[in-house]
Ligand binder design. Structure first.
Ligand code: C2E
Ligand code: MG
Ligand code: MG
Length: 556
């Protein structure tokens, strides 16, 4: 086919051939003489569209009569590129006007045929109505994803520029479930209308899945126009909501992808990244846009991989997890009070991962429930072995609120105490302020259960949150643990040092114990001991280590 040349084709002869073909197909065949601007098409096209005849000259001008005005320039540009020999395949989805003046989506494909002297002479091909084979969407009246795929794939080799804006209706599933499909369809149609009314002639709109739309703009110089477009669409939607007296109410999010910021511009990769961008906008609170950034995507991939590795580890008898122990010293008696159990995760692929990074991932994935349970058992087993040497040794276990709200962690703790025959008062549960739900009935039950069974409660991370007194009142802990970040401030600044001193006095006034975390040197220890805390936990007395190392270092 690529070697086909044509010097002169008789239009009348061609017409006879296409009329024969047309009897066995729905598509409209055409031949366009680019040199003489002369056009010839199946006669049936005249019955359907505002086409002036089955053959007509001065074609470029005549196109204006049946090509949807906003699409004319794009068609003209594509035909100019063909005429100049810059490309030889024409494959464009755009709109024609039918006899009644209604818009009809068509796909026009064709191949350029040159004469022997290299001049592009003819464009020969066919036109079909996209809506007939489900390429267009009847609810919103827009093109579907398949159209977007061919557009991007075709442009990929020529170097893509501009942006993709993936637009989603927030909580659309809920709208559908609560108000019914018809209502949902109405919202979709209205949203499509709002987007259609906001886009410029260079921007194309597709409906890609139930509640998502895509606007692509191959001529934009930056994502500024995408951000403006998002705001413009939102204003239109808000107006529609207002006009309906707030009977309907919904918000929209958008993920914006700058083609220049992506090296792999294949269609599948662009769709994947635009999906990530939209999800990120929703994840950040919905009702906003987010512009794709490589670093964020890398973080997302690392998180996904870490969760996958941790899930594998859970299914593999907690391989790659380990519980370390860090000594807690009773500074008044100068004895070992106990140890805090601190979870570790390490694989060959990732090396050691900080709990500050992986604990929130365990929480988000729900894996904190089995892993937390395992930590409880490891910590208690260790405590029971150490109690053979130090009978009143205590173990502190960090708990996440997810464990308290989504599992019966109190029962797990009680079962452990019994199984490992721990003495009453051997277990300390550490809770942080963040995420505290003091009015939740499960949480209240949990706190009461701890007290009834002589399990101590420590308020961790004190000094990093905000309304500390509020939490003190609600949790009524036995111990407060001062976070290392606050300890460091107290060691350097008089103001924080004095606050800490008053806190120690106040705590003792209400029979609360105070543990200071993060003491690394002798000088720090001396300075902090002047204010009279109860316990010290820090590298000075020992870093978190394995159970075996802990026994070697602290039990000799
Ligand atoms: P946290 O409970 O406040 O634990 C104390 C953290 O301070 C530990 O960090 C410990 O290694 C560190 N630390 C103690 N003394 C010093 C010191 O002198 N210098 C320095 N630079 N650091 C010191 P780690 O082990 O990285 O744990 C971080 C946080 O992760 C913990 O803070 C805790 O909130 C959480 N975490 C650890 N294990 C678990 C667990 O099993 N379950 C839950 N839910 N959270 C855990
Ligand atoms: Mg802790
Ligand atoms: Mg702490």
């Amino acid at each position: 086919m690529s070697n086909t040349y044509a010097e002169e084709i008789s239009m009348d002869e061609f017409q006879k051939v296409i009329e024969i073909y047309h009897t066995s197909m729905d598509d409209f065949l055409y031949i366009y003489d680019l040199v003489n601007d002369y056009y010839c098409i199946s006669s049936s096209a005249m019955e359907r569209f505002r086409v002036p005849g089955m053959q007509f000259e001065n074609a470029t001008n005549e196109f204006r009569k049946f090509v949807y005005p906003a699409d004319f320039q794009m068609l003209f540009d594509d035909l100019t590129a063909i005429r100049r020999g810059e490309k030889d395949i024409h494959n464009v989805e755009y709109r024609w006007l039918d006899k009644e003046g209604d818009v009809v989506w068509i796909n026009c494909r064709g191949k350029a045929v040159k004469s022997r002297d290299g001049v592009t002479r003819y464009l020969i091909g066919c036109i079909n109505e996209i809506g007939k084979n489900q390429k267009a969407d009847n609810v919103s009246g827009l093109l579907r994803e398949s159209g977007l795929c061919s557009e991007i794939t075709e442009r990929e080799q020529r170097g893509l520029q501009g942006f993709m804006l993936r637009f989603g209706i927030d909580r659309f599933k809920e709208i559908n479930e609560n108000k019914g499909m018809d209502y949902g369809n109405m919202i979709l149609r209205k949203t499509a209308e709002c987007i259609r009314g906001a886009i410029t002639p260079e921007q194309k709109l597709y409906r890609i899945m139930s509640d998502e739309f895509m606007v692509v703009d191959f001529s934009a110089q930056s994502t500024d126009s995408a951000k403006k477009l998002y705001k413009k669409i939102r204003r239109r939607i808000d107006k529609f909501i207002e006009a309906n007296g707030y009977e309907v109410f919904y918000t929209v999010s958008a993920g914006i992808l700058d083609f220049q910021s992506v090296s792999d511009k294949s269609y599948s990769n662009l769709m994947k990244l635009s999906e990530f961008a939209l999800n990120e906008a929703k994840f950040r609170g919905r009702n906003q846009y987010y512009v794709y950034q490589r670093e964020d995507y890398d973080k997302f991939l690392r998180k996904r991989r870490l969760i996958q590795l941790m899930r594998q580890a859970v299914n593999n008898d907690y391989k790659d997890f380990e519980v370390y122990f860090q000594p807690v010293v009773d500074i008044r008696k100068n004895t070992l009070y106990g140890a805090e159990a601190l979870l570790r995760f390490r694989t060959e692929e990732t090396g050691p991962v900080s709990p500050v990074e992986f604990i929130p991932m365990l929480e988000e994935s729900g894996l904190i429930i089995p892993v937390g349970k395992w930590v409880i058992h490891q910590a208690m087993a260790a405590c029971s072995k150490i109690q053979k040497k130090i009978p009143d040794f205590r173990v502190s276990i960090n708990l996440s609120y997810i464990q308290i709200l989504k599992s019966n962690v109190l029962a797990e703790i009680m079962a452990g105490i019994e199984k490992y025959r721990l003495r009453p008062g051997s277990v300390v549960v550490e809770l942080t302020e963040s995420g505290l739900l003091e009015s939740n009935p499960n949480f209240i039950k949990f706190c009461e259960g701890l007290k009834a069974n002589s399990v101590y409660l420590a308020l961790d991370d004190f000094g990093t949150g905000y309304s500390n007194f509020h939490y003190l009142y609600h949790l009524s802990p036995d111990t407060i643990k001062i976070d290392r970040s606050f300890t460091l401030k107290a060691l350097h600044y008089d103001y924080e040092y004095n606050i800490l001193k008053h806190m120690v006095d106040m705590s003792h006034g209400i029979s609360l114990k105070l543990c200071i975390e993060g003491i690394e040197t002798k000088e720090e220890l001396e300075k902090i001991c002047e204010i009279g805390p109860d316990f010290i936990q820090g590298y000075y007395f020992g870093k978190p280590v394995t159970f075996e190392q802990f026994c070697q270092e602290h039990l000799q």
